[in-house]
Ligand binder design. Sequence first.
Ligand code: AR6
Length: 171
Amino acid sequence: MTSITLIQGDITTQSVDAIVNAANSTLLGGGGVDGAIHRRGGPAILAECRELRAGPYRRGLPVGAAVATTAGDMDARWVIHTVGPVYSHDEDRSDLLASCYRESLRVATELGATTIAFPAISTGVYGWPMDDGARTAVETVRATVPDTSIEEVRFVLFDQRAYRAFESALG
Ligand code: AR6
């Protein structure tokens, strides 16, 4: 049985095999969680991201996809970069948000990771409503983990509002 745990805090200080980054398609950094991960992990992460851009991801990482790099100076072994959808009032993009969680777990399993930490993807700069983002995250992870190598999924929520939304989604 995989355990799903919640903590309020900073994802960059987690001791897990893989930390998931809510990145953008350029893979070259940004604000929010992405900025924090690159700051804390140091230049090795950006160097690998640049190689990915020069090679297999010349056109950028598609929304809903995931790819791994080193975690640089952080405790984790890998950072799994995924690109959440920008929230839209006109179009339901939930499948793309779910895909971020599914693909990250798939990449983690390929790496042989057993512990993984997720932020609340798309709920910051990308504007996804927190309660809905939390439900999609929890439902998708619950449905996907039985097919993975993962023993612990840790949602790391930055503030109390996010923590409560995930608590309620977990039921
Ligand atoms: N640890 C855990 N959660 C965090 C941290 C942290 N250190 N910092 C912020 N959060 P966001 P997005 C929470 O904006 O919405 C970037 O510029 C934050 O409170 O980081 O997917 C990228 O480069 C929020 O709940 O990601 C992209 O351009 C959640 O993490 C764009 O933002 C996600 O917020 C991606 O936007």
